[in-house]
Ligand binder design. Structure first.
Ligand code: FES
Ligand SMILES: [Fe+2]
Length: 361
């Protein structure tokens, strides 16, 4: 597909990308694992849906819809008993599958079940699958797919624009020179890992006359390593570093009201054995943080004020157009309801808004 047909295709299907009412079905971060101890229950809101999350005595994390089917008390007011959750208000109890197992004033509980959501932990985070059955693995770093990993939590951040827009920053080839002062000519090659994940990898050896590039070139056999792997258009892992040591920084985002983004940075490296492995990894993760901080700074003010609209794409924006098309091909759900966005008629006002957007230039 040439750049023009990519632009046309991205514009004509502009339905999910940067849409504050939609997101892609997938795994989304809920909170760091360390923030939910055994026996603890919390209220969380993810992509507009109110949830209750708790960790049972068996250490498993369970997620349900937030409100009690009896009278609507928030279940996070309740308490964890073993691996089960008891509502504070009238003490009805639900097991880890959400099945009602006790109503104190009745001999038999009523046959009812809370809506539960698949929940898992990886890289020190708790993740929830926003659909019925997870049909993709949790987001992973492609190079470390089969490795056990060490990870560290970076900062939590809020950006004043849609997660999709924050995400494209990592493949915005022009801005590496203009914002981050990197004297690097980057040309990406895309590769679809699966229907939910896409990678963009640099194919160049950098600029010819830059002192910086000459300095780092001995550490690269081929192209200078810089790649980005995206999941669900809202979680991305940057991989950078010399051939002998790659740094992996994951930025995982989810949409808040009005299409803003809240995110969490993670630093990931493969597990190394023994005390020396642990020490080495502590150093690697600290270095990863320094690399991550370098990339994170510089763009902040842009994300506070941007009103994203790709009005005039040029060849250098090709990867961004490919990313937009990738987002449009995935299954979209609706904000708050988590229902299939295609099965619901878009409100007519929304429809005309999107039509205006598509034809405004
Ligand atoms: S509202 Fe939960 S038991 Fe009554
Ligand atoms: Fe940037």
């Amino acid at each position: 597909m040439n750049i023009n047909s990519q632009i046309f295709s991205a514009r004509s299907q502009k339905k999910t990308f940067n849409n504050p009412q939609r997101f892609i079905e997938g795994w989304y971060w809920v909170l760091p694992s360390r923030n939910l101890s055994q026996g603890e229950v919390k209220a969380v809101t993810v992509l507009g849906r109110e949830l209750v999350i708790y960790r049972g005595q068996d250490k498993r994390v369970i997620t349900f819809d937030a409100y009690c089917p009896h009278m609507g008390a928030h279940l996070a007011e309740g308490k964890v008993e073993g691996n089960e959750l008891r509502c504070f208000f009238h003490n009805w109890k639900f097991d880890a599958e959400g099945i009602c197992v006790d109503i104190p004033c009745l001999e038999e509980p009523l046959p009812m079940k809370l809506k539960s959501w698949h929940t898992a932990e990886k890289y020190g985070m708790i993740w929830v699958w926003t659909g019925e059955t997870p049909h993709h693995p949790l987001p992973f770093v492609p190079e470390l797919e089969d490795e056990e990993c060490h990870s560290a939590l970076g900062s939590r951040f809020i950006k004043n624009c849609h997660p999709n827009v924050v995400m494209i920053n990592a493949i915005d080839a022009q801005h590496f020179n203009t914002v981050h002062n990197l004297p690097l000519e980057i040309v990406f090659e895309k590769d679809e890992l699966n229907e939910n994940a896409i990678t963009f990898s640099n194919t160049t050896r950098g600029g010819e006359d830059s002192f910086f590039i000459k300095l780092i070139r001995p550490f690269y056999k081929n192209a200078v390593t810089y790649s980005m792997c995206y999941w669900y258009g809202s979680t991305g892992t940057v991989t950078v570093g010399p051939d002998f040591l790659h740094f992996h920084i994951m930025f995982t985002l989810r949409m808040t009201e009005q299409g803003k983004a809240e995110g969490q940075t993670l630093f990931i490296t493969k597990k190394r054995k023994g005390i020396f492995g642990w020490l080495f990894n502590s150093i690697v993760l600290s270095l990863t943080k320094m690399v991550g901080d370098y990339f994170a700074k510089g763009d902040t003010k842009i994300f506070q004020t941007i009103k994203f609209e790709m009005r005039t794409p040029i060849k250098a924006d090709q990867s961004i157009m490919q990313f937009i098309n990738h987002v449009e091909r995935q299954k979209a759900l609706s904000w708050e309801t988590w229902l299939d966005a295609r099965s619901r008629d878009i409100e007519s006002s929304d429809r005309s808004k999107w039509r205006d957007d598509m034809t405004s230039d």
